[in-house]
Design a protein around this ligand. Structure first.
Ligand SMILES: [Mg+2]
Length: 378
């Protein structure tokens, strides 16, 4: 069986706000789907966290290697792509795009073997995982009804992030967190994301440690991106002294970039994004190394339903990955899955048990957001 072709299409029209200083519009291209087709009629789907034009450009480089390649294993094919493109945007658009290719290859491998990806990765440590409802911070009168709405939908864990947090005053920060804790109740998981990968993040260690002590008063589960993404020394110091767990690394790509952060114990929780870090194989390598260092991996999932599906399989195959991020209010998460996602009475999501990613895609919805692109072979 050979790889016949690889196609990509950006998701457009419903791109959610990201909380960025330079805010996104619905028609901005941020997430791009990839479909890998085999000469035996399989279609594997992947997702890439970057602009559709960058993915198209990267694929024009990768296609020479991929098309016609004998399908042996997702891991081996992907590693050939990494190794062959050492000098070509390594860590950037090439790596981002390989992430989507890797997920699509795993999807195909599961279809060929009749197994869910989680089993092929060595799972299952769990058959369900707790998704946390992830939303942007806002003034309490706007944010509280949203939190209550997600709680009534069955979510038991929440993360609020970005917005005015860290950008106004310590009093504003406390007001937002106090309102959120009151809204979700004393027993719910509540995490807080400062969004330190925002442009020109103004804070360093002093702000972060003072804020961490405030968050501890509200029993916050973890404090995410409290520093600039590259502040390795700052993260080590913060993780050493913070009363609440520290998380980060959503912007890093390639397992090799995570190594110095993991080996230095820079976080309690490491958060690679499967749609840009290199894919499922990369997440597994990062997760295993993190667990050996006493950390756990909780995936960054502010992307698409394809990314969420990949995260569910990874969560099943890593002993300590007991959460996935669920980006609320995104059509690219909610609408492109046939029948949508459903939480059980404990607010858990099932690990899919069907072959490959194990998700039935809503092809009409995907065609709508890709403006009619033909990702599937009929
Ligand atoms: Mg984040």
């Amino acid at each position: 069986m050979k790889i016949r072709n690889v196609v990509s299409a950006g998701l457009i029209g419903a791109t959610p706000k990201g909380g960025w200083a330079n805010e996104l519009n619905p028609n901005d291209s941020l997430h791009t789907l990839i479909a890998v087709h085999t000469d035996e009629g399989h279609t594997g789907l992947g997702s890439v966290f970057t602009h559709q034009d960058l993915v198209a450009g990267a694929l024009s480089v990768l296609n020479d290697l991929l098309v016609g390649m004998e399908f042996d294993s997702p891991t081996a094919i992907t590693e050939r792509l990494h190794q062959a493109n050492f000098w070509m945007g390594r860590g950037g658009s090439i790596t981002h795009t390989i992430s989507g290719v890797n997920t699509a290859l795993w999807d195909i491998f599961g279809q060929v073997t009749g197994m869910p990806i989680s089993r092929l990765l060595g799972g299952n440590y769990r058959s369900k995982v707790l998704p946390y409802a992830s939303l942007l911070m806002d003034d309490p009168e706007i944010m509280v009804p949203r939190l209550e709405g997600y709680a009534s939908e069955g979510f038991r864990a929440f993360k609020i992030g970005w917005g005015r947090f860290g950008r106004d005053s310590a009093a504003t920060d406390r007001k937002i967190i106090a309102a959120a804790r009151e809204a979700v109740g004393p027993d719910a998981v509540l995490a807080v994301d400062a969004g330190g990968s925002d442009g020109f993040w103004p804070h360093g260690y002093k702000w972060a440690i003072n804020t961490a002590h405030m968050l501890a008063e509200y029993n916050v589960a973890w404090f995410e991106e409290a520093l600039s993404p590259d502040d390795l020394a700052g993260y080590v110091e913060l993780t050493t002294h913070s009363p609440v767990p520290i998380s980060g690394a959503e912007t890093l790509t390639r397992r090799q970039s995570f190594t110095p952060f993991i080996d230095a114990r820079a976080f309690d929780i490491v958060q690679p994004d499967v749609t840009k870090n290199g894919g499922i194989d990369e997440s597994m390598a990062i997760g295993r190394r993190a667990e050996e260092a006493g950390m756990r991996l909780i995936p960054h999932g502010w992307n698409t339903a394809v990314g969420l599906a990949a995260d569910l399989h990874t969560a099943a195959a890593l002993p300590r990955t007991d959460f996935v991020e669920y980006c609320t209010g995104s059509a690219y998460i909610d609408d492109i899955v046939s029948g949508g996602w459903s939480l059980d009475e404990q607010g858990m999501l099932d690990i899919p048990t069907g072959p490959g990613l194990g998700i039935t895609w809503d092809r009409e919805a995907i065609a709508h957001y890709t403006r009619g692109a033909s990702l599937f072979i009929d």
